[in-house]
Write a protein that binds this ligand. Structure first.
Ligand SMILES: *[C@@H]1O[C@H](CO)[C@@H](O)[C@H](O)[C@H]1NC(C)=O
Ligand SMILES: *[C@@H]1O[C@H](CO)[C@@H](O)[C@H](O)[C@H]1NC(C)=O
Length: 290
């Protein structure tokens, strides 16, 4: 009987201390956009890196965290790094308004940057190890964050997005859908796509996040053309050729092709894969150096 009670107490104890996704009610900053900040600190915290995992449309921090196909909780538990899960107040992330497409513009990107700053200060994150990932709308936001906050982000690994600025709303609407871009008709020169990034943080001359992006060849939600346009955008920003320095078929798995454009830009083209390309935890972590 006593033994049984002891076991019960121990079990309750471990349940009470098991890490869970927790909301940070006030992460500070003065952005007008107010997405929620959620954080997951693994029990075996043993890394000073941060991964920000950004959900897709019609999702939330909790849904994305609980989604069995989204592997970042497992990555966090396995390697002991903290993950931050922003949660949008709109159906999709705002990647269309000037506020979100500008450094310190007050939009969603600004709010997520504030979450990153809060995490660096509160959880003693190494500012040189801040990583961003996301799928679909979260991938679009990852590109926007790379463009608006290159000073905060070390590397990005995104799944099935569009170039930064591709979803711009000509009327300035917040979180607008853009059929021209989703349909693959937003094409421009590498120079123009690079200018779009540079204009989001004018005068910035520091280092830029290393960019890894995945796209499926049969994506019918965000046209596969967006892969090519994203290649143009980031190769121009890094001042490297649009022609891959290496292109490896059947990597990291059969029917995927890994295109490297020097050390800072990598595209992974998934032949026969639709929307979205499944997260590849090992390859994303490797890109982050985790
Ligand atoms: C959609 O985005 C493109 C750039 O990708 C832009 O030229 C166009 O004006 C946008 N459409 C609307 C309706 O805002
Ligand atoms: C860019 O570089 C110049 C000259 O080194 C410097 O004065 C300026 O503050 C830099 N701009 C930013 C945004 O860092």
């Amino acid at each position: 009987m006593m033994f049984h009670n002891l076991v019960t107490v121990l079990m309750l104890g471990s349940a009470a201390f098991a890490a869970q996704l927790t909301q940070v009610p006030n992460y500070g900053g003065n952005a007008r956009a107010k997405p929620q900040m959620w954080v997951y600190k693994p029990d075996n915290l043993k890394s000073d890196a941060l991964v920000v995992a950004i959900h897709s449309c019609q999702s939330s921090a909790q849904k994305y965290f609980q989604n069995a196909k989204i592997p970042w909780k497992q990555g966090s538990d396995r390697k002991g790094y903290i993950t931050v899960w922003p949660s949008s107040t709109t159906e999709c992330w705002d990647v269309s308004s000037k506020a979100s497409l500008s450094h310190d513009g007050g939009g969603d990107s600004n709010a997520i940057a504030n979450m990153i700053k809060y995490a660096i200060a509160q959880y003693k994150i190494d500012p040189g190890r801040v990583f961003v990932t996301g799928g679909s709308s979260g991938a679009m936001m990852s590109n926007v964050l790379a463009a608006t906050y290159p000073d905060l982000i070390t590397a990005v690994s995104l799944y099935s997005g569009v170039p930064a600025g591709c979803f711009v709303s000509s009327s300035g609407q917040v979180a607008a859908w853009n059929n021209t871009c989703s349909g693959g008709q937003s094409t421009a020169t590498a120079q123009k796509w690079g200018d779009v990034v540079r204009s989001m943080y004018p005068g910035y001359n520091g280092t830029r996040p290393r960019m890894q992006f995945w796209h499926g060849s049969t994506d019918s939600t965000l046209s596969p053309n967006n892969y090519r346009e994203t290649v143009k955008q980031w190769t121009n920003v890094f001042g490297v050729s649009e022609t891959p320095t290496s292109s490896k078929p059947d990597t990291p798995e059969r029917n995927y092709r890994t295109d490297d454009f020097g050390p800072n830009v990598q595209g992974i083209w998934a032949q026969g894969v639709g929307h979205s390309v499944p997260s590849h935890l090992d390859q994303s972590e490797a890109w982050f150096g985790l």
